[in-house]
Design a protein around this ligand. Sequence first.
Ligand code: G3P
Ligand code: MG
Length: 253
Amino acid sequence: MIQIKPLIIAHRGASFDRPENSFAAFKLAYDQGAEGIETDVHLSKDNVPVLIHDHTVNRVTSQKGLIKQFTFKELKQLDIGSWFDPIYHTERIMSLVDFLQWAEPSQLMINLELKTNKVNYPEVEAIVYQSVEELKMLDRVVFSSFNHLSLEKLSQLNPNTYRALLAKRHSSRLIKLSQQLNLTGIHLKQRAINLITTKKYHQFNQYVGAYTVNQPNDLRRCLRAKCDMIITDRPGLTIEKKELFLNQKDDKF
Ligand code: G3P
Ligand code: MG
């Protein structure tokens, strides 16, 4: 029997094998059969939502500076692939809209992480929401953030959006907050995942995602804990191991 759950989501694309948040990483994730892609959103100086993890360009380009100090045109000139391997020197930062348009014909689920915990991007929630809404992709997008205020703003824009809070550890405060914000789910650091914790969210009909699950042993623990979503840098390996683990008899699994 084919078991769909838990969903395998490629973290920053297939970022173990390709430069993170690049088209090459997104394409490989799709080719490997990932059910979804997680990516990180910041705003350029001219308010274009762009996909990059850090709030600066320092780590993945040869330049220095905050994302919000560059216009989109300037950002597009930067090479985001060579730091990983010079063969990826043609990779360029993607706009959210270009990414969504690429993903639209597929079945991919999209997890947009709003990076609003370090830099203040006025109106980023509304700008990102509008991009998704215009492409009629709201039913395929989960918005996540470490900053619960961003999720609150999204809820005000549209209470039917799928929203998940990111957290490094579980706490009773987190359970309360996730109910107050009427969240769809929670994305917990994989170390914090266990059956007792997932049950707490499931009883309120909230799903539990785990990030970032790259090792088979951690995957097995998250599967045993009835996790609903696995966010991984290695979608190919994770899909293969998931099938293997779920098809094993209980005593081995
Ligand atoms: O969304 C899961 C994960 O991406 C959160 O942490 O730092 O990798 O964006 P980070
Ligand atoms: Mg992220």
